[in-house]
Every structure is written in C-alpha cells, then in structure tokens.
Design a protein around this ligand. Structure first.
Ligand code: SF4
Length: 177
C-alpha cells in the first residue's frame, strides 16, 4: 500500500516536479494549497486557478487552506523591510508549514512536506529544520527533501510548459513584488 503524504504547495509550477518525484517514491500525494502570503488577491486567484488546472491534469486530490492574509501580516509585523531570504521569510515558511503539519495530523496523513525547496531561491537548510520543528510540535513526520537536486527546478520548468501553467516573476508577498 502506498504511503499517504500531504504536500504543501506554494504554486502549480513548483508542484509539477515535486508530485512526480514523490509519486515515483511510492507516495500517495494530496496537495495542500495554503499561501496567505500572496499579494495582491488577484495574484492569489491566478495562482490558485493554475493550481486547479494542474490538479485536474495530473489527477491530484487536494485541499485549499484559507486566505487568511490578515493573520500573515500580523505574523510578519516589524519585518516588512527585511530582505528576501531573511527573517520575514522564515516566519512566512513556518506559518505555512505549521498549518500543513496541523492538517496532516488532524486528517491522519503519514507524513507532510513542501514544494518550497524546488526553488533555487529557497534553501533546504532553512526549510527542512522548520519542517522538522513544526512536525515535532504536531507529532507528525516531516519528509526532508531538497527537490531542486538532480535538475528538479529544470524539470519543473519543462513540466510547467507542458501543462501550460502561469509562472510568476516574484515570490509572493507585497514586499517581494
Ligand atoms: S519573500 Fe516569499 S518567502 Fe519571503 S515573506 Fe515574502 S512571500 Fe514569504
């Protein structure tokens, strides 16, 4: 029997390669689109639409978290001027992974992980310890990975073209615009 995993998905292009990869490893993947960081709402809707488009093409079961952007602004308060990759990003990653861990635990998935490490701008040495930390907090297993390895990012570009997905030009929040 395949192992069940809840995959936090930041956007459709990053999900392409990661879902393919996890399925090859024998995981039964459920996507979880949870990104209250995305600004403006129009951009959030566009990324969510593209996620729906991908999910139907690759038969991916999924859940969508709430767009609780007010909570996100509260979490990162005081860190608005931080550079990309700095303290604000750690809080942003933790908020999204913490909620994913909580849902994974509540719904009985065997593990959870995230698409974030497929990006060349997101370091696994930053993401993985956060995943581990929130996994321990919720008593659920975080699958540590660096999906950009073995040309993972290049593969995500190829697959995004195949599925005709929109690829954004900034990370997500208004401070990265
Ligand atoms: S730059 Fe990206 S990771 Fe950092 S806070 Fe903004 S949306 Fe989150």
């Amino acid at each position: 029997m395949n192992k069940s995993i809840l995959l936090h998905i930041c956007c459709a292009p990053c999900a392409t390669e990661v879902v393919e990869n996890l399925r090859k490893e024998g995981y039964e993947v459920t996507g979880f689109f949870y990104n209250p960081n995305i600004y403006p709402k129009k951009e959030y809707d566009l990324r969510l639409d593209n996620f729906h488009k991908l999910a139907s093409q690759i038969d991916l079961p999924f859940l969508v978290g709430s767009y609780n952007s007010k909570d996100w602004y509260q979490e990162i308060q005081g860190l608005e001027a931080e550079p990309e990759g700095g303290k604000r990003c750690k809080i942003c990653h933790r908020m999204r992974l913490n909620h994913t861990a909580q849902i994974a635990k509540d719904k009985g998935y065997e593990a959870f992980t995230t698409t974030l490490t497929v990006s060349p701008y997101k370091l696994s040495k930053i993401i993985n310890p956060i995943g581990k930390e929130v996994g321990e907090k919720h008593k659920t297993k975080f699958l540590e990975r660096d999906f950009k390895k073995q040309e993972g990012f290049k593969r995500s570009i190829t697959l995004s073209k195949k599925y005709e997905l929109y690829r954004q030009s900034y990370c997500g929040c208004e401070f990265s615009l």
